[in-house]
Ligand binder design. Structure first.
Ligand code: NDP
Length: 483
């Protein structure tokens, strides 16, 4: 038993994670349900480091030094569950089982509790960066006990992405905290992608720019606060010409966005926690709307008179101003979307007692992961300066950025609506800012409505602790204090 740790599941992600560990000098035990995959890894990459291949799970476990560490990288759901059960039966108290797949944090909490009762550490670990990240340096978000991190952390930090000499890996918090943060990371990723897509659509549908011109615009935005991996990806995709048609690649792709479920989880969880994440929710709904082939066809065929009033942007100067305004709207929306995601993490952290360091989350997202961006430095700094920040929107750097972009952002949302170009994430992010900004919200009216038809009661401005009800159905309609 000499291996420092082991990897179970040598698919795309698992094989690359094992290779990354071996390349960093860790002795890695490897096991896969289908032996051929283990053999393929050994045939191709054995010389990259020290691997200990096993054909049986029991031999794999026996090859690990104590306390044992086994990282599972198989399909989420029943496959992961089965592998956890099999490993747990072979392991001993003090050993560590790591689920590195995308697992819903509530499943992680349940499994952690069950394994804790058997003396085992269970770590739910988020890994971002896709195939290439797993090999060259992902962003890693491990949950579980601090004790398990002492054993696991140094190895993970050695293989994660590094930015400014700091690893993109930290102990997120107990039980499901790591998987929760990874889930919200993906939700923010959905929002970021949708916002960029809306910016593209406005430049094309309202300003009438060509795809090549828009690619150039995104290229220039890289030299700004918008600089991010997703902006780079967008520039690359928009710059591609389709060999079959000779036209833009983006026009050769069916406009129905796929999804594997983490946006849905982030939105569902936010609804359960009572946190507003409209940009993430709209991004998830937008993918669903794009894939609603039947409804899209029916409404398109109905040829509604949309009453659209697109602005005239023929003058180069008008167009230039429009492009700059779209950029402002994109930046403002991005701030709002990240504020929503961080609020979701803060709320769960409070509820479950995770004590997640929000600034550290921004720090470990600066490299390796899909949402890596210059902007995350500002988020880290904001939480360093004020750890108890009520909302990212109030950090001085973002508050002043919002003041600068809000006028243009409002014009863009209004213009999109007039032109009939959908911009749900831009619009809902703006509404989010306006809701949080408002002195009074119409929620007071909703409380009145609820009290009228359901006796749901309300609190008074001059007595916020008291509970009141109006006898709406009685002719005199008097106010009663119920508690
Ligand atoms: P692959 O499809 O490439 O590999 C799946 C692996 O799971 C194979 O090793 C397969 O073994 C194994 N497996 C499936 N069912 C079982 C089972 N019942 N018992 C034992 N082993 C089983 O998947 P990926 O590597 O892409 O993804 C793995 C995990 O990583 C998923 O949870 C995914 O959500 C997560 N993830 C993926 C990312 C990505 O970019 N792809 C990014 C971040 C996380 P066999 O060879 O025997 O079929």
């Amino acid at each position: 038993s000499t291996a420092d740790l082991g990897v179970v599941g040598l698919g795309v992600m698992g094989a690359n994670l094992a290779r990354n560990l071996a390349r960093h000098g860790h002795e890695v035990a490897v096991f896969n349900r289908t032996l051929a995959r283990t053999e393929r890894l050994m045939d191709r990459y054995a010389d990259e480091g020290t691997f200990v291949p096993a054909a049986e799970l029991a031999d794999f476990v026996a090859s690990l030094r104590r306390p044992r560490v086994a990282i599972i990288m198989v399909q989420a759901g029943p496959a992961t569950e089965a592998v956890i059960d099999a490993l747990a039966d072979l392991m001993e108290p003090g050993d560590i089982i790591v689920d590195a797949g995308n697992t819903l944090y509530t499943d992680t909490r349940r499994r952690e509790e069950a394994l804790r009762d058997r003396g085992l550490h269970f770590v739910g670990m988020g890994v971002s960066g896709g195939e290439e990240g797993a090999l060259l340096g992902p962003s890693i978000m491990p949950g579980g006990t601090a004790e398990s991190y002492n054993r696991l952390g140094p190895m993970l930090e050695s293989i994660s992405a590094q930015v400014d000499g700091a690893p993109c890996c930290t102990h997120v918090g107990p039980d499901g905290a790591g998987h929760f943060v990874k889930m919200v990371h993906n939700g923010i990723e959905y929002a970021d992608m949708q916002l960029i897509a809306e910016a593209y659509d406005l430049l094309r549908g309202v300003a009438g720019m060509s795809v090549a011109e828009i690619a150039e615009v995104f290229r220039t935005w890289k030299d700004s606060e918008l600089d991010s991996y997703l902006i780079d990806v967008t520039t690359e995709v928009l710059s591609r010409t389709d060999p079959a048609t000779g036209g833009p690649f983006v026009d050769a792709v069916v406009d129905a966005a796929g999804q594997k479920g983490t946006g849905v989880w982030t939105t569902q969880t936010a609804l359960e926690l009572g946190v507003a994440v409209p940009a993430i929710a709209e991004a998830t709904f937008a993918r669903a709307a794009s894939s609603s082939a039947g409804a899209r066809l029916a409404v398109r065929n109905a040829s509604l008179d949309a009453g659209a009033q697109p602005p005239a942007l023929d003058e180069p100067k008008a167009r230039e101003e429009f492009v700059a305004a779209v950029k402002d709207a994109l930046y403002g929306s991005k701030i709002a979307a990240y504020a929503q995601g961080f609020d979701e993490i803060a709320t769960a952290s409070q509820l479950y007692g995770w004590q997640v360091d929000l600034g550290a989350m921004a720090r470990i997202w600066r490299g390796g992961c899909i949402i890596r961006a210059r902007f995350l430095d500002d988020i880290t700094r904001a939480y360093d300066e004020e750890p108890a920040l009520g909302s990212l929107l109030t950090a001085p750097v973002f508050a002043s950025a919002l003041e600068a972009v809000l006028p243009a952002w409002r014009r863009i949302v209004a213009t999109a609506a007039l032109a009939g170009v959908p911009a749900p994430a831009f619009a809902s992010s703006l509404a989010y800012v306006d809701q949080l900004r408002a002195e009074r919200l119409p929620a007071a009216l909703i409380q009145g409505q609820r009290d009228f038809f359901g006796s749901h009661t309300y609190h008074r401005v001059d007595d916020p602790e008291g509970t009141y009800h109006v006898t709406w159905s009685a002719p005199e309609r008097v106010e009663e204090k119920w508690a």
